[in-house]
Design a protein around this ligand. Structure first.
Ligand SMILES: *Cc1c(COP(=O)(O)O)cnc(C)c1O
Length: 377
């Protein structure tokens, strides 16, 4: 990635999103899971990175199945990708049939009561509409409960009214590679699939998210649903990150000053200089999604040195202690690395007491966004 200094002076922070890295991450996962299909999860505006930019890159690299959370997100994606298979994760609601059908969307059905609705929508449409069935294998979020599955298995006509494309479930602890829960959910999924198989022998199975892909080949089934790994988050937290970094965030130094010991910094004076210090103010804050939980905990990078965040992160600004940083490395107008090679996304998330998913989906609208790619479209 080009490390050239940003030219725009009108915003205080620059967010670089490397579309080639997203493409490389998709291809890496796709090659790893073959012959399973590699879908792309692009809910929440492609994890905050911009679905209008991200979805075409995935499509150009062979991705044909996409998952979003809501019907509105699906309609937006339909405008971007006229030919894609688009599944809506949460939630099938009676009354959305017209939008689902006219936009060729695939609902995820979570409850036997949904079946009757989707069957009558199919009758009205004059053809069997596609659906994905979700099973709850232990997360207790969405999906059919084991007792629903058992009841269903006794009803040969349960899936007759529509086309079951996939039967899916979601792992609760995939990021904890040795969690007992993964094995339990895998076992529950396997048993449920065996029960439902006779109802629709052509239905395929879909289980793993990003981290699930790395749990072993028995988790892959016919299709996988990675999200965070496409965007550079580490799907194997116990190992170094196999994915390419996608996001770089840098913020401008607004002011630098030398202060005597005893000086308070920021709202509520939560930090006090213990020694004569040099402090700098950066032009990003919680209104940019630079989460306030990083106050007094986070760090920013000056090459391989770090400067700690001091005091409270405020709406538009963040204070750092640069006493131990060379004066010429931190002058007003310079850009400081917030997320990048020396401050990986997952480390920033840990410092801000959260996960990479929340850092990405919180990225603010005020950043100047630069999409980097060597391909012209
Ligand atoms: C968000 C989501 C995914 C993607 O999960 P990652 O951990 O980001 O790979 C997959 N499946 C379901 C049901 C989801 O809600």
């Amino acid at each position: 990635m080009d490390a050239a200094q940003p030219t725009s002076l009108n915003s205080n922070a620059i967010l670089r999103i490397n579309l080639d890295a997203i493409a490389a991450n998709y291809r890496k996962l796709r090659d790893r899971v073959e012959p399973a299909i590699c879908a792309g999860v692009v809910k929440a505006d492609a994890y905050g990175l911009g679905i209008g930019k991200v979805a075409p890159v995935l499509w150009d690299n062979g991705c044909r199945w996409f998952f979003v959370a809501t019907v509105d997100e699906a309609i937006e994606l339909r405008r971007i990708l006229p030919e894609a298979e688009i599944a809506v994760l949460s939630n099938y609601l009676r009354g959305t049939e017209v939008e689902l059908i006219s936009n060729k969307l695939v609902p995820v059905l979570n409850d036997p009561a949904d079946f009757a609705c989707w069957s009558s929508a199919s009758r009205a449409a004059g053809r069997k509409l596609p659906a994905i069935i979700q099973l709850d294998t232990g997360m207790s979020r969405l999906g059919m409960m084991p007792e629903d599955v058992e009841k269903l298995a006794g009803d040969q006509d349960a899936f007759k009214g529509f086309t079951v494309k996939f039967i899916m479930s979601h792992l609760a602890s995939a990021d904890v590679h040795d969690s007992e829960q993964n094995l339990q959910q895998l076992d529950n999924f396997r048993n449920a699939l065996a029960l439902l198989e006779p109802l629709e022998p052509n239905a395929k199975a879909c289980f793993a998210n990003s981290a699930g892909i790395f749990l072993g080949s028995n988790y892959l089934y016919n299709m996988v649903r990675p999200g965070i790994a496409l965007y550079g988050g580490n799907p194997t937290p116990h190992l170094s990150n196999p994915m390419s970094p996608v996001v770089q965030l840098s913020a401008r130094v607004l002011q630098v000053r030398d202060v005597p010991a005893g000086t308070h910094v920021g709202y509520s004076a939560t930090w006090t200089a213990k020694r004569p210090s040099r402090i700098a103010n950066l032009g990003l804050g919680y209104a940019d999604g630079f989460l306030r939980t990083g106050s007094g905990k986070g760090r920013v990078a000056f090459g391989d040195l770090n400067a700690p965040i001091i005091g409270r992160i405020s709406m538009d600004m963040t204070g750092i202690d640069v006493t131990d940083i060379a004066t010429e490395a931190c002058r007003p107008g310079d850009y400081v690395e917030i997320i990048g090679p020396n401050r990986p996304l997952d480390d920033v998330a840990t410092d801000h007491q959260t996960i990479s998913y929340e850092i990405l989906t919180s990225l603010g609208k005020r950043y100047r966004r630069v999409y980097e790619t060597s391909h012209k479209s």
